[in-house]
Ligand binder design. Structure first.
Ligand code: HEM
Length: 412
């Protein structure tokens, strides 16, 4: 089956300051890639559009250049201090993502060495072993739900490994992740209840883990970031347990589902484009280029900002307090930045994509993410070079785009 991008029902009308896009912003039952197709349509219309949604609507940035302008200028466009949906002040400031200015810089300085290229290189053997063992469990099955059976388990197990948390916690983490990020029930109110309960459970888990570690004799504490973190200092004072909990929660949200989602879109592309799959299977050393090109063409994060002053983006006036969403899934497919942007070319010259964001909030985990993706593409195709899908999966879209499932089949 070849996957085509499904056109979404959208309408664009003229507005006071820029075109207005009438779209369904969040939903969980669209055909896969309908979100990317929608962004392609919006980008063709304008570099920035107003979207009526939530409390006050938001401005959606579609072009690469404008996306760079917003993400690189954190003084004009800091992280939002209110919820886009309700307009209420953000209660739970996730660390470091929702921090601004000097507080944010201090945390980034503290965290940078833990996710540096050198540190990540040292984890390679463990990451590869995890990928190989998960794939070998699947080879003889002849089919799987790639999202549940591989793409969720893989980064979650690695997260537990590098933080020094018990691996027998894996199933709890998967349950919490599914409830928060992939609600499956037909009733949105029930789904929301499960998501809130799971978020409370995971927050309690981290808070309890920190207090248990503190109570342990230092020589008995398991090695890993979770033990190092007990002695972290920010601005010459110890980091509080509340801050550590907010850091773990952000790592849980930012570090797990992103990799799951990128892998799912990447494998959907490969399952539906046999010529690209064959190219990789015949040249496994191509894996890093495959990672880069699929990251460029299928970005998944739409980060939000809130204007701190009156300004403009691509000629559109923006007022203090306005909510701006930067569509990285659109920026990666912008023809002005990436010639033949809608074509996949593993030999594309060095790509300048901003799938990991840009500016001070650029992804802290990009080196780890690239390592996880490279290894997954390589080790999967070493063992399962040919596979296909029988039907189009569905996706959930909003701030993060994600496939709900991906049923792959192959000959045993
Ligand atoms: C393919 C996988 C990933 C993608 C596409 C991705 C993408 C992004 C993007 C676009 C941002 C910027 C958000 C913004 O501008 O507000 C971001 C931030 C972040 N990411 Fe990732 N990410 C990935 C994997 C990871 C991993 C594996 C980790 C951790 C181990 C991680 C940790 C973070 C953190 C901590 C931030 C917040 C940085 C800050 O605000 O200073 N990410 N990520």
């Amino acid at each position: 089956m070849t996957q085509e991008l499904t056109q979404q029902e959208i309408s664009i009308t003229s507005g006071e300051v820029c075109p207005v896009a009438h779209i369904t912003w969040s939903g969980s039952a669209r055909p896969a890639l309908a979100g990317h197709a929608m962004f392609d349509q919006l980008r063709a219309a304008a570099p920035i559009l107003k979207v009526p949604y939530g409390a006050n609507g938001f401005f959606l940035v579609t072009e690469h250049e404008a996306a760079l302008q917003v993400t690189q200028d954190a003084k004009t466009f800091p992280q939002p201090s209110v919820s886009m949906e309700t307009g209420d002040p953000t209660k739970f400031i996730l660390i470091p993502q929702l921090l601004n200015g000097a507080d944010h810089m201090a945390w980034r300085r503290l965290l940078a060495p833990y996710f540096s290229p050198g540190r990540v290189e040292g984890w390679e053997e463990g990451v590869r072993a995890r990928a190989v063992s998960l794939i070998e469990d699947l080879v003889e099955k002849g089919s799987c739900d790639f999202v549940k059976d591989f793409a969720l388990r893989y980064p979650t197990a690695i997260f537990l490994q590098i933080f020094g948390l018990p691996l027998d916690q894996l199933d709890d983490f998967l349950t919490w992740e599914s409830a928060i990020l992939h609600p499956e029930g037909p009733d949105p109110i029930e789904n929301r209840k499960h998501a809130v309960a799971a978020q409370t459970a995971v927050t309690q888990y981290f808070a309890q883990m920190i207090s248990d570690r503190r109570a342990m004799d230092p020589k008995d504490r398991p090695a890993g970031i979770a033990t190092d973190a007990l002695n972290w200092e920010i601005a010459d004072r110890p980091v509080s347990d509340d801050e550590l909990t907010r850091f773990y929660l952000l790592m849980f949200m930012a570090g797990l589902d992103t990799v799951t989602s990128e892998l799912s879109y990447g494998f959907l592309h490969l399952a539906t484009h046999p010529e690209h799959r064959q190219q990789l299977a015949d040249n496994l050393e191509l894996a890093p280029k495959v990672t880069e090109e699929l990251l460029r063409a299928y970005p998944i994060v739409n980060p939000g900002r809130q204007a701190a002053v009156d300004t403009e983006i691509a000629g559109c006036p923006i007022h203090v307090g306005d909510y701006v969403v930067v569509s990285l899934p659109s920026a990666g497919r912008d023809e002005a930045q990436h010639p033949n942007a809608l074509e996949i070319d593993f030999n594309r010259p060095m790509s300048s994509h901003i799938t990991f964001g840009a500016g001070p909030h650029r992804c802290l985990g990009s080196h780890l993410a690239r390592e996880e993706l490279n290894i997954a593409y390589e080790e999967w195709h070493r063992r399962i070079p040919n596979y296909w899908i029988d039907e189009t999966p569905t996706e959930a879209t909003a701030g993060m785009m994600a496939l709900n499932s991906l049923q792959l089949r192959w000959k045993k």
